[in-house]
Structures are given as structure tokens and as C-alpha cells.
Design a protein around this ligand. Structure first.
Ligand SMILES: Nc1ncnc2c1ncn2[C@@H]1O[C@H](COP(=O)(O)OP(=O)(O)OP(=O)(O)O)[C@@H](O)[C@H]1O
Ligand SMILES: [Mg+2]
Length: 309
């Protein structure tokens, strides 16, 4: 599949601060790519370089085959952008805002059809400064769709939205992908990244520390699955003496690491033999958020260096 976005050795320094420190990745056309990282990691800097809003210090960048800094005018016709903090003229209505954008892009647009796509049609004629935070975000998304873009850059599009509104934005992202278009998304909601993204990259201190499909990252960096049940310390001690798996006990819960399904059967057999009380059996699996927190924490502790998986 051809690449919609190519980044090779990208770096950006603000004086002594290396905000982006030599990152490389590709986003194939039609993919949703989630760019994750703690506050100050370098996400917005990268997004704004890809959008042609900031120049880079080093490296090469291509979006739809264009250099965003040199070919900005051409690129802006073909991409959609929601900045991290979307603001607009206070007294303008969503309907007018869309008409205004469609004139800017010299492309016809049906304001109500676009507002419907982001579930904002009932606010078509409300002033911008009377919209809630989530509604303002939705207007940002609506405006990014006006020029029928091939690539959409969304910098934290769902921050501060209620769960329903967030799902509304997910639907727009999914329908966008279903049209074969590309989405570059930053978010602090790791569940959102797991649900939507074909690929994720985790950036920290300007370097990529993990990259790949969400499930591959979890498989590579997560802990083994655990059997978990409510039980006392005596159960943990009994299991430790009977089975060769790591057993931990905390807050009236016991967890046993398992690597194969047969391991689960051995644990249950040992529990049965123990005649000790236990209940509420479940299987616990690391999420992308668990892996994110561990990787970022381990890098801060100097346990791991950056890597491009
Ligand atoms: N215009 C600027 N001048 C100087 N330093 C900057 C500038 N913009 C960003 N930085 C610094 O670059 C680093 C990366 O910032 P960036 O905005 O890219 O982070 P981010 O990953 O988007 O964070 P957040 O999750 O908080 O949005 C930070 O240390 C920030 O202070
Ligand atoms: Mg940011």
C-alpha cells in the first residue's frame, strides 16, 4: 500500500530542547495511526510539522508525496486539520463557519450534511461562544471535513468530551477510514487508540519507544495473562508451593501468571485440591494503557533506551 505519510530521521529543536529527536515512521494510505505519549513528548510538534505549520530542524517528511513546508499551499487543499486547542470567532455560527471554510477552499459544501456527520446539526445556528467544549470540538472536526481531505490530522480530538460525544467522533473516524482515507490521531485515551488504530507509535522525550499494531505492542511489552480470584494469603502460599507459576497476593486478591491454557487448568486443579475458600474467578490481560505506563516509567527510570520496534 502506498504511504500517505513518510517520516525519516525527523528532529525539531527549540533552543536546547530537543522536542523531536530523530523519529521515523510510515503511515500507509487508509490507516488510522495513533501517536501517543505523555505531555510534552513531542506529539503536537510532529503533527504541526506534518501539517506544514512548523519547519523541521532535520530529517525528511512527506505527506501525500509533498514536502509540507515547501508545498504547504498545495497540501492544505488535500488535508484536514483539528489543532489541539480549537478556537474560532466568537459570534459565528457553525453553519456560517462551514460556508466560510468552503469559500476559503473554493469548494462547495452542504453545511447541514457536514454538521450531521459530527452530530452537531441542532447547533447549526448557535453562536460559537455558546457551544460547549465538546460541541466546539465537533465543529473543529466538521470544518476539517469541508475540503473532502485525503488525510485528517486530529490532535486530541476527544479530550474533554463526554463518553457519548467521544463515540460520535469515533464513528466519524471509522467512516473516514472506511472511505480509504488516512487519519493521524493523537490522544491520551489509550482505549481509544486500541479501538481505532491500525498502528500506534509511543513517543517519549522526542523519541519513539514502541511502534506497531496495538495488540502486537501489548504482546511484546505486556506481562503474561493472569488468573485472578478473591482469596486470602493462605491460598497464595498454597499455590506457590504447588505450581511453578508466579503468584502474587494483594488486597484479598490472588493473581497467577499463566502462559498457556493448560497452565490455567493446573491452577484450578491445585485450588480444588487445597479445599481453601476462593471466589470470583477472572482472567486479567494487560491493556495498551498498562503497557504505556510501564514503558514510559521504565524509560524515565533509565531501564530501557528508546527503540523503534
Ligand atoms: N514554540 C515552542 N517553543 C519552545 N518550546 C516548545 C514550543 N512548542 C513546544 N515546545 C516544547 O517542546 C516539547 C514538546 O511539546 P509538544 O507540544 O510537541 O508536546 P505534546 O506531546 O503535544 O504534549 P501534550 O500531550 O501536552 O499536548 C515540550 O517540552 C514543549 O515545552
Ligand atoms: Mg500536544
Amino acid at each position: 500500500m502506498p504511504s500517505a505519510i513518510r517520516v525519516e530521521g525527523l528532529a525539531k529543536a527549540y533552543g536546547p530542547v530537543r522536542a523531536v529527536d530523530g523519529i521515523s515512521f510510515d503511515v500507509p494510505e487508509g490507516h488510522v495511526f495513533a501517536f501517543l505519549g505523555p505531555n510534552g513528548a513531542g506529539k503536537t510538534t510532529t503533527v504541526e510539522i506534518l501539517e506544514g505549520l512548523r519547519n523541521r530542524s532535520a530529517g525528511s517528511v512527506e505527506v501525500l508525496g509533498l514536502d509540507p513546508w515547501k508545498d504547504g499551499a498545495k497540501l492544505h487543499q488535500r488535508i484536514g486539520v483539528i489543532p489541539q486547542e480549537f478556537r474560532f470567532f466568537e459570534k459565528i455560527h457553525p453553519r456560517e463557519a462551514i460556508t466560510y471554510y468552503s469559500r476559503l477552499f473554493d469548494t462547495p459544501a452542504d453545511p447541514i450534511a457536514i454538521l450531521k456527520r459530527v452530530y452537531l446539526e441542532e447547533k447549526a445556528d448557535a453562536k460559537f461562544d455558546t457551544l460547549s467544549g465538546g460541541q466546539k470540538q465537533k465543529l473543529g472536526l466538521a470544518l476539517s471535513l469541508v475540503n473532502d481531505p485525503k488525510v485528517l490530522f486530529l490532535d486530541e480530538p476527544t479530550t474533554g468530551l463526554d463518553p457519548q460525544a467521544r463515540r460520535g467522533i469515533w464513528e466519524v473516524i471509522r467512516s473516514f477510514k472506511a472511505d480509504g482515507r488516512t487519519v493521524f490521531l493523537t490522544t491520551h485515551y489509550l482505549e481509544e487508540a486500541s479501538l481505532l488504530a491500525d498502528d500506534v507509535a509511543i513517543i517519549h522525550h522526542g523519541k519513539i519507544i514502541a511502534r506497531g499494531p496495538p495488540e502486537t505492542i501489548v504482546a511484546a511489552h505486556g506481562r503474561p495473562d493472569r488468573l485472578r480470584f478473591e482469596a486470602g494469603l493462605e491460598v497464595a502460599r498454597y499455590l506457590s508451593s504447588r505450581i511453578p507459576f508466579a503468584v502474587t497476593a494483594e488486597n484479598h486478591h490472588v493473581e497467577v501468571e499463566i502462559r498457556e491454557k493448560e497452565d490455567a487448568i493446573k491452577v484450578l486443579a491445585a485450588l480444588e485440591e487445597s479445599h481453601l475458600p476462593w471466589e470470583r474467578f477472572s482472567v486479567v490481560r494487560d491493556t495498551l494503557e498498562d503497557v504505556f505506563v510501564r514503558l514510559v516509567g521504565r524509560m524515565d527510570d533509565g531501564v530501557i533506551k528508546s527503540e523503534a520496534a
